[in-house]
Design a protein around this ligand. Structure first.
Ligand SMILES: C[S@@+](CC[C@H](N)C(=O)[O-])C[C@H]1O[C@@H](n2cnc3c(N)ncnc32)[C@H](O)[C@@H]1O
Length: 220
């Protein structure tokens, strides 16, 4: 049982992030790494990396009540938004874990995941920052270690250069591309596929005329 913090203690100091941090701390579906690891490695089906507020994972969890989801992000103040919505809607099969993407190996068992989603990760356009991109070869190998043999990796992004670079990384790391869509919101695309669930970032930019690109890949 967590010691509860009072979010209101943080309000008057204009430290809104701390207020949200207290909310993250208190929520029963939110975990810091140590809390997540406390009772051993939990079985999870689907992990979203860089989930922001985690509302994409929340919608998938509501759609698939028999699967367990984790929305992972380094920012607890964002994750708590999806966490409280999940609690309010009674969606119990999604958890919100505050961790860095490079820590995934400490959170889930090897060869255990059915899916990894990477949704609109920061593109880090400068070449010297490519090591921070969540689809570089180091991360792809990490995801591969965690995915079950039939598991798949899915990426959604609006930035052409980043998306194309990610495709080259997938090919170089010998992933097999099973789905590739360059405009996910085109009328011809089946609206019921999971990738059509919009993330919060995506919703914000869709009206701007940006297109969402989507790839799904497996590592045989
Ligand atoms: C552009 S936002 C997209 C958020 C969400 N996926 C969406 O589509 O609404 C990128 C997110 O990735 C998270 N992020 C960036 N680098 C990360 C890392 N190394 N580990 C975990 N999260 C990371 C940021 O905190 C941010 O919430």
């Amino acid at each position: 049982m967590k010691d509860k913090l009072d979010p209101n203690d943080f309000m008057i100091t204009r430290k809104r992030k701390k207020y949200k941090f207290a909310k993250f701390h208190n929520a029963e579906n939110c975990f810091e790494i140590e809390e997540w690891q406390k009772d051993g490695i939990k079985a999870v089906d689907v992990v979203e990396i860089g989930a922001g507020d985690g509302k994409f994972s929340l919608e998938l969890a509501a759609k698939y009540p028999d699967k367990t989801f984790v929305a992972l992000d380094i920012k607890g103040d964002r994750l708590q938004n999806g966490a409280y919505e999940a609690l309010g809607r009674g969606v119990k099969n999604v958890f919100f874990v505050r961790a860095r993407a490079d820590q995934v190996g400490e959170l889930f068992a090897e060869k255990s995941l059915k899916e990894v989603w990477v949704t609109f990760p920061d593109p880090f356009p400068r070449a010297k920052s490519s090591g921070r991109r969540l689809t570089n070869s180091t991360f792809l190998r990490r995801y591969q270690e965690l995915l079950a043999s039939s598991g798949c990796l899915s990426l959604k992004h609006d930035n052409d250069a980043f998306f194309n670079w990610s495709l080259t990384q997938l090919v170089a790391e010998k992933w097999r591309i099973t789905e590739l869509i360059f405009d996910l919101h085109d009328k011809a695309i089946d609206e019921t596929i999971d990738a059509r669930v919009d993330t919060t970032y995506e919703k914000r930019w869709l009206d701007d005329g940006r297109t969402t690109k989507y790839v799904r890949a497996v590592r045989d």
